[in-house]
Design a protein around this ligand. Structure first.
Ligand SMILES: Cc1ncc(COP(=O)(O)O)c(C=O)c1O
Length: 385
């Protein structure tokens, strides 16, 4: 693929070519755990599948191309990706992270990295005014998730990365919600992008995986070492599934966003809904940044239903097409209650401060007929009150 190829073309072809031996157009699933060597150390680039695997290598190349990165390094989950990334740091190092990260990321930093001597300061990165004051001499990493989960707050990647760079700090962006179709953090100055591939990248709710993309050779080399040393690698079959999912990522993202934009505006006008969080709405406090930083505002919406937890429970029990389940980014529409489900690991005081109230509902808008989704939500909203 030429670097100038457009993202729709890269999603289908990057890193891939027909199998030279058989002509197979689709990348084979290489299940072999080990590779024959003509003599000790004389191999064709593969020795052992934890270290490297042909199907995984192809998927990593495709993902790197989509993020305009030179390296893609894949893991068995998004959490395995972030955990391995945090292992590039040493005891005594300090991280500054946005206060509204995915609950599992919070848990890794608070319950796994902190006991290992790597401390995190939690900061509202929607306001970058005081960011430099939070940095310490030992701060090594700025970790931003944008849009955030579940409050859909945006962080100005260009500004945040510029401030971090001035202090010699590595900027990491979790690009799971936006995907490289909607937002390209490396082009905005970030050093590293992480993803839960479980979500939009695979897109069909049948793989758990993660990836880190970067064009920083030193970070990539350390991550490759840790990928092999820690060994939280994805299975070849899962890599094949993600490669397949990536081919439709651009068209899926377009449709997710079209339907989400329509539903967000519709929800805002419903009497049962107190507040809607969607970066595409003019009422979103960072609507202008969404237009500048993102191609589309994406397919995720959060809203607060009147009547708190009892109403939320009724709503989740009354949907017919939306499935009450954790996760997001699949072809099917999902609905969930962050305070009880995805963000249950965030302490209650922090949840309340962030706006993760009992009436908060998060939806992942799928690819079903928009009219059916609207009718489904209308019926469930009525039933909730
Ligand atoms: C934004 C974000 N980052 C990371 C993760 C973790 O990914 P995984 O569940 O694949 O470990 C999630 C999971 O929901 C997420 O939403």
């Amino acid at each position: 693929m030429a670097a100038s190829d457009r993202i729709e073309t890269l999603a289908i072809h990057a890193g891939q070519r027909p199998d030279p031996e058989t002509g197979a157009v689709m990348t084979p699933i290489h299940l072999s755990s080990t590779y024959a060597q003509a003599g000790p150390g004389e191999h064709k680039g593969f020795e052992y599948s934890r270290t490297d695997n042909p199907t995984r290598r192809t998927m990593e190349a495709c993902l790197a191309a989509l993020e305009a990165a030179t390296h893609g390094i894949a893991f068995s989950s998004g959490c395995a990706a972030t955990t391995t990334l945090f292992h590039t740091l040493s005891p005594g190092d300090h991280i500054v992270a946005c206060d509204d990260v995915y609950g599992g990321t919070f848990r890794i930093l608070d319950k796994v990295m902190k006991p290992l001597g790597i401390e995190t300061s939690w900061v509202d990165l929607t306001d970058l005014e005081g960011l430099a004051d939070v940095f310490r001499p030992e701060t090594k990493m700025l970790f931003a998730e944008t849009p955030t989960n579940p409050m859909l707050k945006l962080i100005d990647i260009r500004k945040a990365a510029a401030i971090a760079k001035e202090h010699g700090i590595t900027t990491v962006v979790d690009n799971t919600f936006a995907t490289p179709i909607n937002q390209r953090p490396l082009e905005l100055g970030a050093d590293v992008v992480v993803h839960s591939m479980t979500k939009y990248l695979n897109g069909h709710s049948d793989v758990v995986g993660g990836v880190i993309c970067t064009s920083d050779d030193a970070i990539a080399e350390r991550l490759r070492f840790l990928q092999n040393a820690i060994g939280a690698i994805p299975a070849p079959f899962d890599c094949f599934m993600v490669l397949r999912g990536l081919k439709t990522l651009p068209v899926r993202m377009e449709r997710h966003a079209q339907s989400a934009a329509d539903l967000a505006a519709w929800l805002e006008a419903r009497p049962e809904v107190e507040k809607v969080y969607y970066p595409g709405l003019p009422s979103h406090p960072q609507h202008a940044l969404a237009q500048e930083q993102m191609k589309t505002p994406g397919g995720m919406i959060s809203f607060v239903i009147a009547g708190g937890l009892p109403a939320a429970r009724k709503l989740l029990g009354a949907v017919r097409i939306f499935v009450c389940a954790e996760s997001l980014g699949g072809v099917e529409s999902l609905i969930e209650h962050p305070a009880i489900m995805t963000h249950g690991s965030v302490p209650v005081e922090s949840r309340e401060k962030l706006g993760i109230v009992d009436g908060l509902i998060r939806i992942s808008v799928g690819l079903e007929a928009l009219e059916d989704l609207r009718e489904d939500l209308a019926g469930a909203l009525e039933a909730s009150q």
